[in-house]
Design a protein around this ligand. Sequence first.
Ligand SMILES: [Zn+2]
Length: 487
Amino acid sequence: MRGFHVYYDDQCEVCQAGVSWLRVLDRRGVVDVIALSSVPLPAGLVMENCLRELHVVIAEKTYVGWDAVARLARLFPPTWLIGAVGAVPPFSWLGRGLYRYVAANRHAVSRCRGGVCASAKPAEVRRRTASGAFWTCRSIGFFWRLPLVVGVWIASLGTNLRAYVRTFRRRITLLDGRLTLLFLGSPTADFVPLLFGERFWAVCYDGVMIDPGSSKMRGSLRRHLDAQPLAITTVTATHHHEEHSGSLEWLAARSGAELALAAETSKRLRTLRVPWMRAMIIGQPPNLTVAPKTLGERVPTASGGVLQVIPTPGHSDDHVSFYDPQYKLLFAGDSFMGGYFSSPNPDVDSLAWIETLERLLNLGVEILVEGHGHIHTLSNLVPDIPDVVIRVAPEEELRTKLNFFHWIRRQIEIGQSEGMPPAAIAATCFPWGSRWSWERFGADLAARVLSGGEFSRTELVRSFQRRGAGGVLPEVYEMESSRPNQV
Ligand SMILES: [Zn+2]
């Protein structure tokens, strides 16, 4: 039975970090954690007091502030001693003093906005936001959560390794042979699935080969085709990025298939130069030497069906997806990339991506095939394949991502309207209270370091400002914002 009701201020980063720990410690599920903004308060509790200090209610008894912390600590073996010692003088006096000091300064140090504490001290919060207080709080929130961040990151590396081993250069055939998935890789490219979980595959659907991998993965593609040839009639790509486009011309020549690309993709691939790190790991795509056919509205498949070509800009402006209305099957390429993909590169335009997601939601997709090793579906036409098939409705996945984008956009708008500095706006888009923020921190940091800053969380914030519309800041906004207006 959940006998302990914990009321906390969910707008406060310090409180959120404490709740993260509480959830980890509470293995028996005895604590019921309640956000102040989510429910009406029970009789006897006053909002103003609850905002000031943590309240724990057990049956008829209410513990407040430090006493509540000490009571909770005594519930769990790892923290029992702290709770027991902290409940007796002089330690209890010390604890209460310390708690009151932190609680009193919490609204000034925490970047709280909207919701509950908007009614507390909005002017005070705004006044102090630009000072070091915000960053102090963010740093404290981070270090308090650091063991969780590290633990989750190590666990994710284990998950990545398992998925990599299970699908290593695998060939999977589905839908009565219509769909073939060829897992690709190379000694250098394999760092990506191990570190970040994004695997590489080429997808062949009824004669249409979509995204046949990078130049460095060509050996693995060749071995697949040598082992078991595929009848390919058309070779195409969802967009110009190197892991999708490096073997297009080579495969079309080898298989005698027609090469068909979106006009913008062809244009890019004639002159594309990728940054050196990406060239080293994934491979520089050879520039096109032939003129591909330009993709129309549909691509015929080998047995008389069609794939609709749907423009899906956002991840990159030349991105297209392919849709078979008969099976409600979408080849999304990189126009999905998980619900919380949080470190994009400068190609991403998130406002365009929002429109794309809305368009995809209208299709009624039942099977969503991604560009990096996952299929999202509830359909029983697709069997369970561990680490490949995710049993979630595509609509739900797309909606989660759309909601995430809307939320980030709102954070940026509010931050700008309050005159927050750009770096602080970026930080508020990744509050430690959101699970995806600290769970993905390790992988996002690795992406930033390994790509020399090209893929980063900062880029996600910039990706909402590409168009410079509505008074938002242009691409390199830190520089722009400190420059006087130019005529
Ligand atoms: Zn891409």
